[in-house]
Write a protein that binds this ligand. Structure first.
Ligand SMILES: Cc1cc2nc3c(=O)[nH]c(=O)nc-3n(C[C@H](O)[C@H](O)[C@H](O)COP(=O)(O)OP(=O)(O)OC[C@H]3O[C@@H](n4cnc5c(N)ncnc54)[C@H](O)[C@@H]3O)c2cc1C
Length: 464
């Protein structure tokens, strides 16, 4: 690894792979860094080594990753797997953990393509062993072929939950039930967005197809579920919930939850980029121009880290950001950039037809986001409850950061990645304000835990 590159791409999902490939083809020195062991990101995880049968069980969208990764491998971009980025600053210095040691490298242009994460939603019992996020279940399946062997209960809302249910069905997993928390009122708010969504009818028909197959297979699917609680003595034994006006319970040792995905903003926050609240996607995202430029010169964002638009849109956004970086590096002119961007811009626009409908249909109800009962743990690392957060608000602490100082929520090893959104929703609800007014925890590097031993080489290098 060199100390300086013309272009640094952070993240090896569809956005990062596409950006690095297009840039490296034009001869710039380009490195792609990713914390995973192989390229592909979340959707195409383990695509190069996966056995054929498992790849088919994951569906046709998954197979698209093969082409993308092959193109990247053929390019001259340097690839550094198992490399975690823990800091970026305005001078485009990136702090990395590579071969278990910290180092700093610089770049003329940086494209952040760090993707998305599942939205953490606290509910009673969510910290019990046996309760996990659906994405974690899917990661185990993609990367190691590990599936639940004693049945699974799936709970939440969103396309990924349905996809995982379908993937598990094809892998022979016993699905005890799929409990959908999407409120019926969402159907009405989504309806006016249906005509535009029909322009991307392949996504709609895929979703309906999954539902039909699950129903035919006899999987119980309950809609309009609320008041979720995971219960058990030291580990999950049952899940209680309300459905059709009745309190019900299902015994299970494993519960996988999914409440949508939100952009991974920790690196853009660490860099000091400006962020805006997206009230449709209920998340913070960096403020960007049409090429992915942030308000910091030479730092761009592409893919789901810029707002959730899906894997295909991430690929187009990656190429657009790659072209913009080439133009900023004076490798291509702005006229050439605009000409080369035409197809990706058109396809990205088409990919977005489905989003307004999905965002309205799968909007997570406020009752889940903002009103967990007082005993529910919100910050898992510091074990801070919703009640303690409300108490801090009652004592005059007005925003996320003040509540953080007072309660220590967000100060544990995950540095608030798991609780920051939930805290903002709870504080906003308690104060009768919008989440936008309450704000997100201030993000500071390192964005991931580092040991002193890992940091020490930085000091030695500075001395020599
Ligand atoms: C758990 C999960 C599973 C998903 N599964 C599917 C699916 O099966 N099908 C589907 O259509 N969509 C899925 N999605 C949505 C899908 O991830 C996106 O639409 C798409 O992958 C976005 O591409 P991207 O390139 O923006 O980001 P990603 O594909 O997420 O790639 C980002 C990459 O950056 C890496 N990264 C992040 N932070 C750092 C850091 N600090 N240092 C180094 N590397 C870093 C990540 O490990 C990842 O490899 C999933 C999302 C999640 C969160």
């Amino acid at each position: 690894m060199h100390d300086h590159y013309q272009l640094l791409v952070l993240g090896g999902g569809p956005a990062g792979l596409a950006a690095a490939t297009i840039a490296a083809k034009r001869g710039v020195t380009c490195a792609l860094l990713d914390e995973q062991a192989t390229p592909g990101g979340q959707i195409y995880r383990a695509i190069e080594a996966i056995p054929e049968q498992r790849a088919r069980q994951l569906g046709s969208e998954y197979l698209r990753g093969r082409e993308l990764v092959a193109e990247f491998r053929q390019s001259a971009a340097e690839y550094f797997p198992d490399t975690q980025v823990w800091s970026i600053d305005k001078e485009r210095q990136a702090g990395l953990l590579h071969n278990h040691q910290a180092r700093i490298i610089t770049a003329d242009q940086i494209i952040i393509a760090s993707g998305a994460m599942e939205r953490p939603v606290p509910f009673p019992g969510w910290t019990l062993p046996g309760v996990m996020q659906a994405g974690a279940g899917q990661i185990l399946f993609k990367s190691a072929g590990i599936v639940p062997d004693n049945g699974v209960l799936l709970v939440g809302s969103g396309p990924l939950l349905l996809l995982l249910a379908w993937q598990y069905l094809h892998a022979g997993v016993e699905i005890k039930a799929l409990l959908d928390v999407t409120p019926f009122s969402n159907h009405l708010t989504a309806l006016p967005r249906l005509p535009r969504a029909l322009l991307a009818h392949h996504y709609l028909s895929k979703g309906i197809g999954y539902q039909i197959e699950l129903k035919r297979a006899g999987i119980p699917m309950l809609f309009g579920v609320s008041d979720l609680a995971a219960e058990g003595d030291g580990r999950l034994q049952r899940v209680r919930f309300s459905h059709s006006g009745k309190r019900k319970s299902i015994a299970s040792e494993l519960l996988l939850t999914h409440f949508g995905v939100i952009p991974h903003v920790w690196l853009t926050q660490a860099a000091g980029c400006r962020h805006i609240w997206d009230s449709s996607q209920l998340c913070w995202r960096p403020k960007l121009d049409q090429w992915g430029n942030t308000d910091i010169d030479g730092i761009l964002v592409a893919g789901d880290g810029a707002g959730i638009n899906g894997a295909r849109a991430a690929e187009h956004a990656g190429r657009l950001a790659g072209l913009e970086a080439l133009s900023a590096l004076n490798v291509i002119s702005q006229t050439e950039r605009d000409r080369l961007a035409g197809k990706d811009r058109k396809w990205m626009h088409r990919e977005r037809h489905i989003r307004p409908f999905l965002e309205a249909y799968f909007r997570i109800p406020k009752s889940l986001l903002a009103t967990p009962d007082n005993d529910t743990i919100v910050c898992r690392c510091e074990e801070v409850t919703a009640g303690q957060i409300r108490e801090a608000v009652a004592n005059g602490h007005e925003n996320s950061n003040q509540v953080k100082f007072f309660t220590r929520c967000g100060m544990g090893p995950c540095q608030g990645r798991q609780c920051s959104n939930a805290v903002a929703h709870i504080v906003a609800d308690a104060r009768g304000k919008s989440v936008e007014e309450i704000g997100l925890f201030r993000g500071r590097p390192p964005v991931a835990p580092l040991t002193l031993g890992q940091l020490a080489p930085l000091h030695r290098n500075a001395e020599t």
